[in-house]
Design a protein around this ligand. Sequence first.
Ligand code: HEM
Length: 118
Amino acid sequence: MMRRNDFRARNHPAYWAFLVQRWSGIALAAFLPVHFWALGQALAGEAALDGFLRFTEAPLFKLAEWTLVVLLASHMMGGARLLLIEFGEGSGLRKNWIAGTLGFAAAAGLAFALALVA
Ligand code: HEM
């Protein structure tokens, strides 16, 4: 019988970094068509776009925007880490970049939250 990997092998910073990269990438890709649809409302006139923009004032929408900012920040820094691993000098998992990604995403999330209340 084929041996199956249990979760201990996956409970590793680089595995979590992979999960974040995959799910943030999928979420960003899912967001784009919705975003283009929203911008496309302008084609139906100013009032149509304004109608949608009022909906974006809802707290739940702000939370979704905040999530998107954090996902994009994570994906961008995590992506830079992967490119460094793939094309950079030397080898290794660059766990310092995982820590840096965490810090960058936290800073971006805090900055966006601050801009919301300021
Ligand atoms: C902000 C700039 C971005 C950078 C630097 C970046 C970089 C990367 C890198 C290096 C990878 C991994 C490729 C590999 O397996 O070697 C990746 C995966 C991916 N990215 Fe991005 N990306 C960016 C923006 C985006 C955006 C805007 C989207 C969505 C529209 C996106 C969607 C994805 C998806 C779906 C994956 C595949 C994840 C997986 O296979 O697990 N990325 N990205």
